[in-house]
Design a protein. Structure first.
Length: 178
């Protein structure tokens, strides 16, 4: 009877599911389509010299900067998911031990908790390669934050310029230069 119950654990009411703490993590991963690679991404490869004229160097730089921002956003998402997974994994461990002892199928849940056990990354002093990788991630995130502040300031400026007495204001200025 317990094994039949276990086989149908995913259709139980939400408050009775043994791995309910993992479900938000699983739903988030599914919504990001993390296992399918870059299926929903616009640029699959970094921009090259093809298709960008030599006299339009700024276009190439902007494309490269967009790729750097994209990478920084993925680093931030990975960090947040790792932190959420670590917390959810701690709560699910007793259920996983019981599932392992009973020799029932909980492969998906084990994989999520394995992801959680890796946590948010390697400690900076673990080794030189890990330190450099974390330093690179930090630099990219700082660039992302700086650009976000600049763009927010530009949007505020545009908003202010559009608040004329007659409601028309000046036309928006050009995008910020990176």
């Amino acid at each position: 009877a317990v094994f039949k119950f276990w086989e149908h654990r995913h259709v139980l009411p939400e408050h009775m599911r043994p791995f309910r703490e993992l479900e938000p993590m699983l739903q988030t991963l599914a919504s990001l389509d993390a296992d399918s690679g870059n299926r929903f991404r616009y640029m699959r490869l970094p921009p090259g010299n093809d298709g960008v004229d030599d006299d339009k160097v700024s276009s190439k730089q902007l494309l490269e900067f967009a790729m750097t921002l994209d990478h920084a956003a993925r680093v931030l998402i990975q960090y947040v998911l790792g932190a959420a997974a670590a917390e959810a994994g701690e709560k699910a461990e007793p259920w996983l031990r019981a599932a392992a002892d009973a020799e029932v199928d909980a492969v998906l849940e084990f994989r999520v908790v394995e992801f959680a056990s890796r946590g948010i990354g390697v400690l900076p002093d673990a080794n030189e390669a890990a330190r450099k990788a974390l330093e690179d991630k930090a630099v990219k995130l700082e660039m992302f934050a700086d650009l976000a502040k600049d763009v927010a300031a530009e949007f505020r400026s545009r908003s202010t310029s559009l608040k004329g007495d007659d409601g028309k204001g000046e036309p928006p200025s050009s995008p910020p230069v990176v």
